[in-house]
Write a protein that binds this ligand. Structure first.
Ligand code: PNS
Length: 159
């Protein structure tokens, strides 16, 4: 049985994340999706518990996926959840440098390898930070995020 951990801020979850999760479901027996705090980022847009709720609602159609939230090191969660790998999506070359460094660091401290999955070109421009900006300024992001996320943004910003 292969089990992978897909960690991220998911603030908010968007369709590019969803694509990576669906690909991971195809490749691995079990997928743990973890909403994590990114210490590099400031105030969250959605609280961790809200992000976890949106992940649960958006991934309910995928029985091999479990959702959790964690405020700590990704490698500690990988160990606690008995995950064989960490999985990350790559949208463009610009993602590679930071993700490669994190993968090497995570491997150095724990021995856990990271598997990279390329995102489809249809999703390669999606980024949570742009979705937050557009949502805050009243733009329509409903085609870029799963319905449970669109609903919460609509409730908060009326769009
Ligand atoms: O969606 P993001 O913001 O790119 O996700 C980044 C995240 C949450 C996976 C990263 O910040 C992380 O791993 N945070 C947990 C703390 C940790 O393990 N830091 C060491 C990284 S080498």
């Amino acid at each position: 049985m292969s089990k992978v951990l897909y960690p991220g801020s998911f603030d908010p979850l968007h369709n590019g994340h969803l694509e990576i999760i669906e690909t991971a479901v195809f490749l691995f027996d079990e997928v743990v999706v973890a909403a994590m705090r990114n210490p590099q980022k400031g105030e969250p847009f959605f609280e961790l518990s809200e992000r976890e709720a949106m992940l649960n609602e958006s991934l309910a159609h995928l029985p091999s996926v479990s959702v959790t939230m964690f405020d700590g090191l990704v490698v500690d969660l990988a160990r606690a959840e008995h995950c064989d790998f960490i999985v990350k999506g790559l949208r463009a070359v610009s993602d590679f440098e930071g993700e490669m460094q994190m993968a090497q660091m995570n491997h150095a401290v724990s021995g856990v390898h990271t598997v990279f999955l390329p995102s489809a070109s249809a999703h390669s421009f999606l980024a949570s930070r742009f979705i937050r900006d557009i949502a805050r300024m009243g733009g329509d992001v409903s085609k870029m995020v799963p319905p449970p996320v669109a609903k919460r943004i609509q409730e908060r910003y009326g769009r």
